[in-house]
Design a protein around this ligand. Structure first.
Ligand SMILES: *[C@@H]1O[C@H](CO)[C@@H](O)[C@H](O)[C@H]1NC(C)=O
Ligand SMILES: *[C@@H]1O[C@H](CO)[C@@H](O)[C@H](O)[C@H]1NC(C)=O
Ligand SMILES: *[C@@H]1O[C@H](CO)[C@@H](O)[C@H](O)[C@H]1NC(C)=O
Ligand SMILES: *[C@@H]1O[C@H](CO)[C@@H](O)[C@H](O)[C@H]1NC(C)=O
Ligand SMILES: *[C@@H]1O[C@H](CO)[C@@H](O)[C@H](O)[C@H]1NC(C)=O
Ligand SMILES: *[C@@H]1O[C@H](CO)[C@@H](O)[C@H](O)[C@H]1NC(C)=O
Ligand SMILES: *[C@@H]1O[C@H](CO)[C@@H](O)[C@H](O)[C@H]1NC(C)=O
Ligand SMILES: [Zn+2]
Length: 441
């Protein structure tokens, strides 16, 4: 019996009843192989200790993804991605990337001159959300229902999100989660929790760069991956079993070229009307008090009737302890001020949130009448569907995690145990840990 299957929550009682020498081990052991086990960890430091999840480790070892946290390109040997790119390239308008890499990747547009008429509807230039190119829909920046807050969080999954997700669960509140692909691969069980809790998962790109700075192929690759599935969508699919239909540009950086590529790949563009600036707190001149003031302003505006004809969207984040704490601190006040707080897909009656038809999301009427959960028979994650090696293709969320390897947390030390893919597994784990370390920096 492997330690992973031994230390399941269901076995906690049996564990406690064991002989004295084992008691200490039992008390500190956590199940880091299933969504349910991971969701029960309450110590943020423990939550953020890296673990090994076999389907992801194997896919990374097999070279199925570009390096984490670097701008994605189509992998040399990925003919499926290349073919898919070729099939949509005719739909990409002839608009040049903005600025000059590498500084443009971080939003430094020094030396780039752009006409003041904003020919490309470049949000970063003037917050344009109504495309100038024919055939593109306006970005969603407000919600149609009056006095309604379209509720969403960017940049997850964050390793320490259990307290926040528990809070949302206690309030039976669903939200739209814009996950970063590299975060999803670093924290796959946390991404699975987003789906299991009934939140709506949308794309926030592979590496979180300024999208208008990228070449056509790079924009494509930030979205897409092999076998006619999408790259960051593929990252979400690998761990959560779904392919999203919505995305939000990092930093709001979108223009008609990027919108056209997103559209060709089945993604609706979602932006915002107000920025809480929670993500900037502690940087530049933005203080925690400024973020409080931004929340307060929004609440004041609801109260003075600003949203009597249509609701709004505020940019908020699952980025770190502060941004999640702010969300919790203001939730009751937002709830009292707004008539409704709903995920963005609910606000717009997107009853099929994913490409997979197995899921149905409630529409606005259903949600406000109390049906807040996704229904259907979700395709649960299997390692067999997305990795070439190894799995028996089980159909429960835990089956993928328990084929192969186990992560064991011994007293806070970073240590990984393997019983699966041998050298390949070690290589996968090294890559995987490299990714995690990169993001812990
Ligand atoms: C595909 O290329 C990547 C590097 O671009 C490599 O890591 C991987 O092993 C290759 N996969 C196959 C199946 O050849
Ligand atoms: C922006 O890029 C230019 C050109 O590389 C560089 O000189 C400048 O220091 C950069 N600005 C910031 C704020 O990084
Ligand atoms: C922060 O500084 C920028 C200019 O650097 C300014 O435009 C902005 O108003 C300042 N914000 C606050 C809250 O003081
Ligand atoms: C509500 O307050 C905001 C901020 O003070 C103001 O800009 C807006 O015009 C007000 N709206 C109404 C309907 O009074
Ligand atoms: C997640 O949140 C924790 C707690 O604030 C923080 O230390 C960590 O850097 C965050 N992780 C990422 C990837 O932003
Ligand atoms: C923030 O960190 C504190 C201390 O670790 C923790 O008790 C609290 O639950 C965290 N809050 C959130 C929202 O993660
Ligand atoms: C959503 O559907 C409801 C009926 O269930 C309708 O009243 C409302 O106008 C729709 N909203 C949108 C944005 O389509
Ligand atoms: Zn972001």
């Amino acid at each position: 019996m492997r330690p992973s299957s031994f230390f399941t929550p269901q076995n906690a009682l049996a564990c406690a009843l064991l002989a004295a020498p084992l008691l200490v081990t039992c008390a500190i052991a956590q199940d880091r192989t299933t969504e349910q086990g991971e969701a029960q960890i309450t110590d943020p430091n423990e939550e953020c200790t890296p673990y090994y999840y076999a389907p992801v480790g194997q896919a990374v070892a097999a070279g199925q993804f570009p390096p984490l946290w670097t701008p994605a390109t189509i992998l040399d040997n990925d003919t499926n991605a290349q073919n898919k790119y070729n099939s949509i390239s005719g739909q990409i308008p002839n608009i040049a990337p903005k600025g000059t890499q590498p500084q443009s990747l971080e939003g430094n547009w020094t030396g780039f001159s752009y006409p003041s008429t904003d020919p490309d509807c470049w949000w970063t230039f003037d917050q344009c959300t109504t495309p100038k190119l024919a055939g593109l829909s306006p970005d969603l920046s407000v919600v149609p229902e009056p006095n309604t807050l379209g509720y969403g969080f960017d940049d997850g999954p964050n390793c320490s999100h259990n307290a926040f997700y528990d809070y949302l669960q206690e309030n039976d509140q669903k939200a739209t989660m814009f996950y970063i692909g590299s975060n999803v691969l670093d924290w796959p069980l946390e991404a699975q929790r987003g789906l299991a809790d009934g939140h709506e998962l949308c794309v926030h790109t592979w590496s979180h760069r300024y999208m208008t700075a990228l070449t056509n192929e790079e924009v494509f690759a930030e979205f897409y991956y092999k076998s006619l599935t999408l790259l960051q969508m593929q990252a979400i699919k690998l761990v959560a079993g779904v392919t999203p239909t919505c995305w939000r540009p990092p930093f709001g950086d979108v223009d008609d070229r990027v919108r056209a590529i997103a559209k060709a790949m089945g993604l609706r563009t979602i932006i915002w009307q107000y920025d809480s600036n929670d993500w900037r707190a502690g940087t530049g001149n933005i203080t925690d008090a400024d973020v409080d003031a931004n929340y307060d302003t929004l609440i004041t505006r609801v109260q003075n009737g600003s949203f009597n004809t249509e609701g709004t969207i505020m940019l908020t984040h699952e980025l770190n302890n502060f941004t999640m704490s702010e969300a919790m601190k203001f939730y009751d006040q937002l709830k009292a001020a707004f008539k409704y707080i709903v995920p963005l897909g609910v606000a717009t009656n997107q009853t099929q949130p994913y490409v997979e038809t197995d899921y149905a999301q409630p529409n606005f009427e259903q949600y406000i009448s109390g049906t807040t959960t996704l229904s259907g028979n979700p395709p649960l994650p299997t390692s067999g569907s997305t990795t070439s090696g190894g799995s028996t293709g089980g159909s429960s969320p835990s089956s993928g995690a328990t084929t192969g390897t186990t992560g064991t947390n011994t007293g806070g030390a970073r240590r990984l145990a393997f019983d699966g893919p041998g050298v390949g597994g070690l290589a996968a784990s090294a890559l995987f840990i490299a990714g995690v370390l990169r993001l812990l920096m």
